[in-house]
Design a protein around this ligand. Structure first.
Ligand code: APR
Ligand code: ZN
Length: 251
């Protein structure tokens, strides 16, 4: 394992434009289950019934059953050493940006600044009727989770939706443009804790690969990307492998 991390460290040190694509796997050690591993969120909630924009339009109360769990888990979670390692790489000017599929805000809480939220963020709420966007601090979120009563729009009285991207929704335009530009400029992409199964996010490493970028994957198990596009596979928990990488770089 050290030899693989040493190779990854050498490549990152000699690179000009390193970016990272992160998924739910980087947050599991903060207590937030991922989606597709055993015990993941989609084992408990069928995404076709709880995570599509059509499901929210038709049965928002039912979708909020899953959201109460998701919001509750993200609120009590804190960044882990994997998030901290990426924030340190950015401070060392070795990581240009993080494109995250996660909505838990943990990269920002760990100190990362240049974070592209590809699937939105759970800490804002929007009204699909009048378009008003609320910050979650305008609500007693703890009370919402405890009472399991969904928040409603002050104007329209319809149930609000967290500004996370559901299946069937478009990726925010700004996130699309910024991440495609980051991928085109990258000479190294760290693909971290993602099953790389959901597009268009999973296509980001492939955009960089077209410009001969080196793909370094960090995961506890191989993914569909591993044998297709990955150049270096760092097996292990990101709460360990990412700090190991930073320590290797500092040596
Ligand atoms: N360290 C490293 N890898 C981990 C760890 C860990 N501690 N824990 C889990 N993983 C890996 C799993 O092996 C898996 O490959 O993280 C990956 C998580 O994959 P998914 O659960 O599919 O999550 P993600 O890839 O982020 O899903 C993408 O799908 O449901 C949508 O919008 C949702 O953003 C999400 C998107
Ligand atoms: Zn409204």
């Amino acid at each position: 394992m050290d030899a693989t991390i040493a190779r990854a460290a050498d490549i990152i040190l000699s690179a000009k434009h390193v970016i990272a694509l992160t998924g739910a796997g980087i947050s599991t050690e903060s207590g937030i289950p991922d989606f597709r591993s055993r015990g993941g969120l989609w084992e408990r909630y069928d995404p076709s019934e709880y995570a599509t924009i059509d499901a929210f339009h038709e049965r928002p109360g039912k979708v909020w059953e899953m959201l109460f769990d998701m919001v509750g888990l993200t609120r009590s979670a804190r960044p882990n050493p994997g998030h901290a390692a990426l924030a340190e790489l950015e401070k060392m000017e070795l990581l240009k940006c993080i494109i995250t599929q996660n909505v838990d805000n943990l990269h920002q809480e760990a100190g990362s600044v240049n974070v592209i939220e590809y699937h939105g963020n759970v800490s804002r709420l929007e009204c699909l009727s009048c378009g008003t966007v609320y910050e979650d601090r305008e609500f007693d979120v703890a009370e919402i989770i405890k009472s399991r009563v969904p928040p409603v729009c002050g104007k329209c009285k319809v149930m609000l939706k967290p500004t996370v991207i559901f299946f069937g929704e478009m990726i925010p335009q700004e996130a699309t443009v910024r991440s495609q530009e980051a991928a085109r400029n990258a000479d190294v992409v760290m693909v971290i804790g993602t099953s790389a199964t959901v597009y268009p996010a999973a296509g980001i490493p492939l955009i960089a690969k077209q410009n001969n970028a080196v793909i370094i994957e960090f995961n506890i198990e191989e993914t569909g990307l591993t044998n297709y596009a990955t150049d270096i596979f760092v097996r292990g928990k990101t709460g360990t492998t990412l700090p190991d990488l930073v320590n290797m770089i500092k040596q």
